[in-house]
Design a protein around this ligand. Sequence first.
Ligand SMILES: Cc1cc2nc3c(=O)[nH]c(=O)nc-3n(C[C@H](O)[C@H](O)[C@H](O)COP(=O)(O)OP(=O)(O)OC[C@H]3O[C@@H](n4cnc5c(N)ncnc54)[C@H](O)[C@@H]3O)c2cc1C
Length: 367
Amino acid sequence: MNYDIIIVGGGASGLFAAIAALKQNKRVLVIEKMKQCGLKLRITGKGRANITNVSELDEFLTHCGSDYRFLYPIFNTFFTQDTIDIFLELGLETKIERGGRVFPKSDKSIDVFFAIIRFLERNEKCTIIKNCEVKSVICENGCSTGINTNVGQFFAHSIILAAGGMSYPLTGSNGDGLRICKALGLQCTECFPVLVGLFTENIITTEAYRLRKKESGDTFLIKNMLVTVTNKNGKKLTQTIGEVQFTNYGIAGAAILKISRQIAQRIAAKEDLRVILDLKQDVNFAIMRITGTEGWDRAVITQGGVSLLEVKPKTLETKKIKRLYLCGELLDLDADTGGYNLQIAFSTGWVAGTNAALAANVHNAEI
Ligand SMILES: Cc1cc2nc3c(=O)[nH]c(=O)nc-3n(C[C@H](O)[C@H](O)[C@H](O)COP(=O)(O)OP(=O)(O)OC[C@H]3O[C@@H](n4cnc5c(N)ncnc54)[C@H](O)[C@@H]3O)c2cc1C
């Protein structure tokens, strides 16, 4: 066995799992399906990579959905300041912007990727194999021992699955991780594309909207809009304030992406939903019916994934299969825009990498 740990997926969570395991002096193999690692990481934050958010833990967790309690032990181990410190150690300076959002000082997401990959490529205990697709996990007597890929088998003491969700499949995360987990008998919740623009129809517009459209064309952005989603009887389902972008297919922008997380399941169930956009208290800008979302190709993240009941929250080892760890968007975790999702990927990656390494210590001592 040449490796202590195999990591499936060279995205944000897998690369952080690799750093954590290398810090424990372990031999690490990262397997990435695409020609390059970190394709999604490189396009985050509109090319600027909003890597985390320095809001206090309790405030941070309000952006992480109803399963936020699961994240307590993980964030107690590795949180925002740890992310900033690791990047500084890797040579990347960061800055804090409006709303506590943290970016690289250079404003370039590619620098975030380079900082990580430089560290991994210089470490002689780290091997990265690209263009290699993992098909399944090999298990013996309830323990994961290796993986099957399109170029053969690899074995290690522990396996970390960090293959992402289903959003932006062109970056490599096309649901393979979920298929691999289902084949192992792990329960997965239904998945929905979220943080995504909404298709709308039946726009009943005001004069103000018509004037703005005439001035600006099909696409224009309005700040500080009050966005309310109701059912067909007018019952309020959710509300937020923020930017709304009017497009030729419907509506997008920060406020709409946030709303899309809260109504994803209702949209998938084809409920009759209405959205009311208010510029001022009594000026309804437009009332529209929601007909769908831009879908997986444009969704920033996946809502749903491997059920959190399948993993131990302190270590992220699966309960059913020993020495198999899960991290990142593959898990049923999702958050608002603002740096929260990358922090979840970094933190879960770090916890999985550290614990897989600690388990390998015990194993190596035994043999
Ligand atoms: C356009 C866009 C912008 C975003 N901007 C931000 C932002 O600014 N801030 C923020 O917090 N979040 C942002 N996100 C979300 C964030 O990028 C994700 O939450 C994060 O990348 C998830 O990390 P991950 O490692 O779980 O998955 P991924 O980054 O998707 O990595 C999974 C990796 O696994 C590989 N893989 C998949 N299947 C296999 C297989 N069978 N064999 C081998 N390898 C495999 C994939 O190729 C991929 O490299 C953005 C997302 C998008 C799409």
